[in-house]
Design a protein. Structure first.
Length: 311
């Protein structure tokens, strides 16, 4: 299917067979890679080795990463992916969120899970999983989004934890990883009802902390916004390089590897591009009180019999 610039078609009342095929292909790839990753992630592994293995496995499935693999440790909730030379490891007792997305011709499937070897954290890990399990089969036409959010909150609180109120699930559209609607993890007032063939990512986060996240100063993930003039030669090369992602998120590591730039030059160029409004930046998100966070996620096509793409 021909790509159409950065303003892509939406799914309307009827999902064409080719679109459905692409979503299913992406979903199967993510599910396969997610389960394989469970087998090889061990205590002591470098985070950069984990992401490179997962991203290579995605490509081996005949699809492409929908965003850099997120590996958020402990109190970090989202948007962390290691740099090329990062020496951080997954250590015994760490709570690691693995967030994987892939796309087939722009149609995205997104899934995440949490692992931790500390048996004392098992209940927190399970809280977000149970919340996800409680609502995926509710993704039917006419279901109020507020009902799904209420059950997520009730399930997590029933386990003795708090949902993170300022992180949400999201819609999935062609080359748009965070489309309408947002899917809150706490109760809210809304008459919004799910429509048939809408594709959404349900993404509960649970914590033993405050229930809110904050932006940190770390920024590893970006997305292209608009072409504007910049002076830095490396910044101009980055603009050309990131066009291949069609507006989907990319990371510093991909640029360093793809353009053979060192970390210092890459950061300087990215800073200029952010300031010029050429790219958007996504700071690493951490729990407000530095408490532990767990996360689980599936992508679902809204049907009378919901299609859980990433099962």
């Amino acid at each position: 299917m021909e790509k159409r610039g950065l303003n892509f078609c939406r799914i309307d009342e009827f999902m064409e067979a080719e679109i459905l095929e692409n979503y299913i292909k992406a979903g199967k790839a993510v599910a396969h890679v997610r389960e394989r990753s469970r087998e090889f992630i061990k205590d002591g592994m470098l985070l950069r080795d984990i992401v490179e293995n997962i991203e290579n496995m995605i490509i081996e499935q005949g699809v492409l990463p929908g965003c850099p693999v997120n590996l958020s440790l402990n109190n970090k909730a989202a948007h962390f992916t290691p740099a090329k030379n990062d020496t951080a490891t997954f250590s015994k007792g760490d709570m690691l969120k693995i967030d994987i997305a892939a796309h087939s011709d722009g149609y995205i499937a997104d899934s995440s899970y949490t692992i931790c070897s500390d048996i004392n954290q098992r209940k927190l890990l399970d809280a977000s999983r149970k919340a996800l399990d409680a609502v995926v089969e509710m993704c039917r036409p006419g279901t109020k989004l507020s009902k799904i959010s209420s059950i997520i909150e009730e399930t997590i609180k029933g386990e003795g934890y708090k949902p993170i109120e300022n992180l949400t699930g999201h819609g999935l559209e062609r080359f748009d990883l965070h489309a309408i609607p947002q899917v809150p993890n706490v109760s809210f007032d809304s008459d919004y009802e799910l429509e048939e063939d809408k594709v959404i990512a349900i993404e509960p986060f649970a914590t033993d902390g405050d229930g809110r996240i904050r932006e940190t100063e770390e920024v590893m993930i970006f997305s292209f916004s608009d072409i504007k003039p910049v002076r830095n030669h490396d910044a101009r090369k980055i603009i050309d390089f990131v066009q291949q992602y069609y507006g989907l998120p990319f990371c510093q590591r991909w640029i360093e590897m793809g353009l053979n730039l060192n970390e210092f030059k890459t950061k300087i160029a990215l800073r200029e591009l952010v300031m010029a409004g050429v790219i958007n930046s996504y700071p690493v998100l951490a729990e407000k009180k530095s408490a532990m966070v767990s996360q689980h996620e599936h992508s679902v096509i809204v049907k009378d019999d919901p299609i859980v793409l990433t099962n």
